[in-house]
Design a protein around this ligand. Structure first.
Ligand SMILES: N[C@@H](CCC(=O)N[C@@H](CS)C(=O)NCC(=O)O)C(=O)O
Length: 212
């Protein structure tokens, strides 16, 4: 049985849950409470020395980094595909995912916030301004990448969910928790609504996992 080490409101775990659901894979969840620092406990550091969620136990191995985990799932279970067949289109989808997973998520993460607050002594308003700044910059670019490209459809790329949507939806959820109004980016908002109608996204939503 596949084992997902995660937490209900961890965006990177949320991305991975959507991928597992889209692929129709059964999995067991092991929750590590980010609010109590359970992800830094020695037992979990044995699993993922980076002390980050998620980690996936599968086929006798431990996989880390949500992007690598999702690409593994894609290679092992190609249907339904999360990447288009064409190399140029695949690059576009991966770029949208990386915009979120590499360039946005980290600067707005818990550990960066904790450092800003405790080591650099920023107050709540300064912290919020930092997070809104980076989120806004990313969503501005994401919106343009969607509106300017005719390959954008019901979802970020075409008419079925891809890796790009798996990046976007959890980041929007996190941004809304931080008080950002997503209505400023109409295409982003429309696509997130489309995703929220999909069973795989609904089942992965943090509200469905907040008791684990
Ligand atoms: N690039 C990593 C990021 C993982 C990550 O930052 N996970 C967050 C939860 S969404 C975490 O464990 N945060 C703990 C912290 O910031 O201390 C991935 O995509 O898996």
């Amino acid at each position: 049985m596949i084992k997902l080490h995660g937490f209900y409101r961890s965006s990177a775990s949320y991305r991975t849950r959507i991928a597992l659901n889209l692929k129709g894979l059964a999995y067991q969840t092991v929750a590590h409470d980010l609010t109590t620092g359970a992800h830094r406990a020695p037992g979990y550091l044995e699993i993922n020395p980076q002390g980050l969620l998620p980690a996936l136990e599968v086929e006798g191995a431990v996989l880390t980094q949500s992007g690598a985990i999702i690409e593994y799932l894609e290679e092992r279970h190609p249907n339904p595909p999360l990447l288009p067949a064409d190399p140029l289109q695949r690059a576009r989808v991966r770029a949208l995912f990386q915009l979120i997973a590499a360039d946005t998520h980290h600067v707005t993460s818990m550990r960066v916030a904790a450092y800003l607050r405790t080591r650099l002594e920023h107050n709540d308003a300064e912290l919020r301004a930092w997070q809104h700044h980076w989120l806004t910059q990313s969503f501005d670019a994401f919106e343009l990448l969607l509106t300017r490209n005719p390959a954008t459809g019901r979802f970020c790329h075409g008419n079925r969910p891809t890796l790009a949507d798996l990046g976007l939806v959890p980041q929007v959820f996190a941004a809304q928790r931080l008080g950002l109004d997503i209505g400023k980016w109409p295409m982003v908002a429309r696509i997130v609504d489309a995703c929220r109608n999909e069973e795989a996204f609904q089942q992965a939503h943090p509200d469905r996992h907040n008791t684990q």
